[in-house]
Write a protein that binds this ligand. Structure first.
Ligand code: ATR
Length: 480
């Protein structure tokens, strides 16, 4: 079940939140502590105003809520709200047996017994969940993972407590896999937010339902993902998930924040993952865990795609293909013979190798010239400083921008600001947020042909999809 946490301050605002998200959710949580005082007193009317089952919660400040009432006042408010037909009521673990509990039981309202830990994962989490469940309630543990090891621990605990009705939530960015794979983690529901601007760790109900199809995950669902740090901004889920859906392939693709690649591989085994994408800063770090790599990975020294093979993980690189795909015709026709590559970082490695492998002449320009020199030596090409960019005006067919300069939110920066395009060049920026960088704007003004980072991202993703599934990427345009 996907449960929408209502954040409105009035009952009517909460109803509109439900209305806007109705097709994505199975139930809603009314947070009494978010309501204005006069609205709190009318809370009992709420369940009859909507067709979704509602959880009643009045969260104390120390548990992350807004309620500062005395315990007696808080109980009185919950009791009066329980006159309404709520489906569940949330009662904190440490609250002793009381009139709220009695009234809920008498009315057949299910009890969710919750505890919160904003600093980490309590050592006794296992026994606490077990004890709560023994009382016949639904145990809810909202804890805070701080590493991929913590995420693995939470999945393991969930597995061990498989038979117990529970909700395990990993708060913050690290906990996102538990929110999306809540069914695999054995939770009866996952909490979602409304709207697009969500707090860290929270995912919108729309994304959980339509993008991830989190409520459809079953034992047979193949799990794929992307590892990186940071990784939550990635558009790759928008490529793979709609692709899986379109070809009726039972699989899910989600982001994993990672701090330790070795532990992630343990998690990947644990979840029986079938493959994953790799982004910054792990494209080199994964190499030592792979049993097999392709020639490209060996040459480039970086891997962005890992797939499960019998008894081992295999590493591939689809970045180089994704980069080439939009300009391949121009290389083959001879329109592109001579190029400038701006930057000498991880992304440039694959790009310079791809161009050289296709016989294109390359000059690498970089702020730190020793890095440009090193890359040029490996790939048998030329190098120079960024300041000398104007030397190459009118002499190259293709200019590729591979640095992070111009990346969101740095809209107004261009690493070769003084360079004059003649209009004959093909300008290619691998940044995809924003789509139109300052570098590309300058090139457009001069009348150049443009290529966008989005094209590279999509092309590398399509090839990755084939490696993951064995099927061609379907005919659809991902909303990235
Ligand atoms: P990636 O793996 O994304 O390529 P990287 O290895 O850190 O990341 O490389 C970033 C590239 O952007 C490098 O070429 C870097 O230049 P240096 O080698 O001199 O560091 C370039 N870069 C980053 N910030 C820059 C800036 N403000 N001006 C010019 N180049 C910059």
């Amino acid at each position: 079940m996907i449960c929408l946490t209502l954040s409105g301050s009035t009952l009517s605002a909460c109803l509109s939140e439900i209305r806007e998200n109705r097709e994505y959710i199975d139930l809603a949580e009314l947070r009494l502590d978010y309501l204005e005082k006069s609205e709190q007193e009318r809370a009992s009317e709420f369940p009859s105003m909507t067709d979704v089952p509602v959880i009643l919660t009045l969260r104390r400040k120390e548990d992350g809520g807004k309620c500062t009432l005395s315990e007696k006042e808080r109980r009185a408010l919950l009791l009066s709200a329980l006159d309404g037909d709520f489906a569940y009521v949330d009662i904190e673990e440490d609250v002793k047996k009381n009139d709220v509990e009695e009234k809920a039981r008498a009315k057949g309202v299910k009890i969710i017994r919750s505890f919160h830990d904003f600093s980490g994962i309590p050592d006794d989490i296992y026994s606490r969940i077990y004890r709560l469940a023994e009382r016949g309630d639904i145990a809810k543990a909202a804890v805070t993972p701080h590493s991929i090891q913590d995420v693995l621990t939470l999945f393991r605990i969930s597995e061990e407590l498989k038979e117990i009705p529970k909700i395990i939530i990993g708060m913050g960015d690290w906990g996102i896999p538990l929110r999306i794979l809540y069914r695999r983690a054995g939770s009866i529901l996952t909490f979602a937010s409304s709207g697009e601007a969500v707090a860290p760790g929270q995912i919108s109900a729309k994304d959980l339902k339509l993008l991830y199809r989190a409520d459809q995950v079953d034992e047979k669902t193949g799990i794929y993902g992307i590892i990186g740090n940071p990784v939550l901004h990635t558009s790759s889920p928008q490529i793979h998930n709609p692709g899986f859906h379109a070809i009726h392939y039972n699989a899910i693709y989600l982001p994993f924040m990672v701090d330790n690649v070795r532990v992630f591989f343990a998690l990947a085994e644990y979840l029986r993952m079938r493959g994953f994408s790799v982004t910054i800063p792990f494209k080199d770090a994964v190499l030592m865990y792979l049993g097999n790599i392709t020639r490209e990975v060996k040459q480039i020294g970086a891997c962005n795609t890992v797939v499960r093979m019998p008894g081992m993980w295999k590493g591939m690189n689809t970045d180089y293909y994704g980069f080439l795909a939009p300009i391949l015709k121009d290389i083959e026709s001879g329109r592109i013979r001579n190029s400038l590559v701006i930057g000498a970082g991880g992304a440039a490695q694959a790009i310079v190798w791809a161009l050289r492998n296709r016989g294109v002449k390359v000059t690498v320009l970089n702020r730190t010239v020793t890095r440009a020199e090193k890359l040029a030596k490996i790939n048998l090409c030329e190098y120079d400083t960024l300041e000398n960019a104007s030397k190459y005006e009118g002499k190259v067919d293709l200019i590729v921008q591979t640095t992070s300069v111009g990346l969101y939110p740095d809209f107004d920066a261009n690493p070769i600001g003084s360079f004059h395009f003649t209009g004959r060049e093909i300008a290619y920026d691998i940044i995809y947020k924003p789509k139109m960088t300052k570098f590309l704007k300058e090139a457009e003004k001069a009348g150049c042909t443009l290529h966008f980072g989005e094209e590279m991202l999509l092309e590398q993703g399509k090839l990755q999809f084939e490696l993951f599934t064995g099927y061609h990427y379907p005919k659809l345009t991902p909303q990235m």
